[in-house]
Design a protein around this ligand. Sequence first.
Ligand code: DAH
Length: 357
Amino acid sequence: MTTTFDSTALSAHVADALGRIAAAADEADVRALASELTGKRSLLTALHRSLGSLDADQRREAGRLLNEAAATITAAIEERSGVLGASAMTARLEADRLRLDEVEDLVALAPVVRGHRHLVTQTRDELEDVFIAMGFRVEEGPEVETDWYNFEALNIPPAHPARGMHDTIYVDVGDAESVVLRTHTSPVQIRLMEAAVRDGSLPLHVVIPGRVYRQDTPDASHLVEFHQIEGLVVDEDITFADLAGTIESFTAAYFGSDIKARLRPSYFPFTEPSAEFDITCTLCRGAGCRTCAQTGWVELGGCGVVDPAVFAAVGIDPTRWSGFAFGFGIDRCAFMRHQIADLRALIDNDVRFLRQF
Ligand code: DAH
């Protein structure tokens, strides 16, 4: 089919095209119209091709009219496409809108549960409170220690058999001085006494809670990483009786007045005399059970009068000052107070267990 140029027909075509564009319902309609009206098979393109058969003057005039027609149609397509695109966007945004009244219902279905402090942290805080009420101050120290603080200054020289009880975890720092994960909180005694000597702030009445480490196979009553609280008093005229009274008051305050404390002679290199202290078994209240091996007592920690060799290591004059120290397990206190069957529950992070406290 050949198409010949006819300006009246062109005007009619443009008018018709504009009507159809204005009636397009969505962007897909507009795209289809654009291809039909301005694409390769459109009337405009066919008319363009036919221009060659016209003479030069007619061709110039017809070309101008065709260009005008194409520009009008293209502008109408762009405008309609812009209008439809904007309303499609508005519809999408409307569909995405958060219905806050509905969300409130969801929140009511699944309330956010607030967490709480871990049982060990709670126990540490409670122990601190008891000692603060007795006039102690709370201090902390590093978990990675040198051999000097962890052992030597505490009167445990390199080949001393007491080291064997500590199952130490060593830290390889490629250095002559050996570095360990502290096996107990006692090294902080040394740090605090050194500091007090340095700035002349004796006497000292401190408790030192913290994490300690030993090479051990975890079982119901052992963990590789556990917690201790250390106590240290350095003052004038301190005797073993002050230590015994402190342990007794603490036991009653923390465990209740029906739980008693007793001291048994023992040995620690950094105290002389030394004792281990037991409390009435909290499970059977002293009657005898499996936990206390039918004795009615369970061991809580060690204590004693500060050994003069320790004072010598930190430069405290033993003729003027004397002191006592104690140390026991925080996890063990939680265990005794809440009758926990297996210490490993404290590190499993099973919320079904932890939520109970
Ligand atoms: N540090 C000792 C341990 O972990 C416990 C201890 C015993 C601490 C006697 C003391 C003490 O302060 O006087 O086995």
